[in-house]
Design a protein around this ligand. Structure first.
Ligand SMILES: Cc1ncc(COP(=O)(O)O)c(C=O)c1O
Length: 354
């Protein structure tokens, strides 16, 4: 006896990265930003935490929407606020994919897309990235209702060029979602495609480059017809008063974001070099994490376990193509040095050899 729909019974649910209780951890497992958010954002949140919280927020988060339109150079009608980009992903699946409809992603990638397809009862297919994480030539499935491409991709950190995504959108009868969660750490972005193409949605989040994962701030960009349709499926008050204050203040201090992103790029180069020095293969990352592959006799899984025992958290995925890899968030220089010291010691002592 079960009360659930068949597909909910059958699915496992999304597993987020570990959020440990207690301090003392070096946390390089969920791609949070190691640097603090803008002081102006913290000030704006404190100011907004007043008696006005009795009242519902603006249903569209208009102040944040207009500010984002201004900063990113689009019309306000082309912007939608979301409680993190995860909520925007939910809205998109709800709006465009019915039961049995096809949803496509590359593989390996952010696994929430598959979870959302399962919840919806949609048909889900993933198509393998090439070894260098370029999209295969036959990736386009014109009949897919939604095609998701995170760019940069997680867990590889790699980027698909804008021209390739423009061509892909042109081949699809459905929607192409370009999930730019990590784009501020990359050399290019695809936001301009929303002006060119009626079937492209670009997503952004404040969880990474704005150091605001705890605030759940996301934005979707697309042509007005698409945004208007998504508004129909959103929760009535999907963003709260503190969201709106923090988003506006964050967008007012892009210098802070760019400064932190630059530090992360520098630390990423250092981390990449250190990992390669230890014999790992590291894909060229344009994100705030790197994917490192370890060769026998070193076991990525054992490294993950032994690092966790030392309170250093990195991400290990028990999925095909990733069993010999670790995804490591770019932390501060001290965090990277502590990680690399522990790794070198573990490899040298053969504690992680299988
Ligand atoms: C590719 C990708 N998209 C979206 C998200 C979710 O972002 P948010 O915190 O805005 O919900 C993540 C989070 O790790 C991600 O890796």
């Amino acid at each position: 006896m079960t009360y659930f729909r068949k597909n909910i019974n059958a699915m496992g649910g999304y597993t987020p990265g570990k959020q440990p209780k207690g301090g003392g951890y070096i946390k390089l497992n969920t791609n949070e930003n190691p640097f603090p958010p803008s002081p102006k954002v913290l000030e704006a949140i404190k100011e907004a935490a007043d008696d006005e919280l009795r009242k519902y927020p603006d249903p569209m988060g208009t102040a944040a929407r207009e500010k984002a339109a201004d900063v990113f150079g689009v019309e306000p009608g082309m912007v939608l606020c979301g409680n993190g980009s995860d909520e925007l992903l939910t809205m998109i699946v709800r709006a465009f994919a019915g039961e049995g409809d096809l949803i496509i992603t590359p593989y390996p990638t952010y696994s929430l897309y598959e979870t959302l397809a399962e919840i919806q009862g949609a048909r889900f297919e993933s198509i393998d990235f090439e070894e260098d994480y370029s999209l295969p030539a036959d990736f386009a499935r014109p009949d897919a209702k939604i095609t998701f491409v995170p760019n940069p991709n997680s867990p590889s950190g790699t980027v698909v060029p804008k021209d390739v995504l423009r061509d892909l959108a042109g081949k699809l009868d459905g929607i192409l979602v370009i999930d730019e969660a990590y784009v501020e750490f990359a050399d290019s972005d695809c936001l301009g495609l929303v002006n060119e193409l009626p079937n492209v949605i670009v997503l952004r989040t404040f969880s990474k480059s704005f150091s605001l994962a705890g605030m759940r701030i996301g934005f979707g960009f697309a042509q007005k017809e698409i945004i208007d349709g998504l508004i129909k499926v959103k929760d009535s008050y999907n963003v709260n008063r503190l969201f709106i204050a923090a988003a506006v203040a964050g967008l007012d201090d892009m210098e802070h974001v760019r400064g932190n992103a630059q530090k992360i790029r520098e630390n990423r180069a250092h981390l990449t070099q250190q990992l390669r020095g230890l014999g790992a293969y590291v894909w060229p990352s344009q994100s705030n994490f790197v994917l490192a592959r370890f060769s026998p006799p070193v076991s990525a899984r054992r490294l993950f376990e032994e690092l966790e025992a030392r309170k250093i958290l990195v991400r290990y995925f028990k999925y095909r193509r990733l069993e010999d890899c670790l995804r490591i968030t770019v932390g501060t220089r001290q965090e990277i040095d502590a990680l690399m010291g522990a790794m070198a010691e573990l490899v040298e002592s053969k504690a992680v050899v299988v």
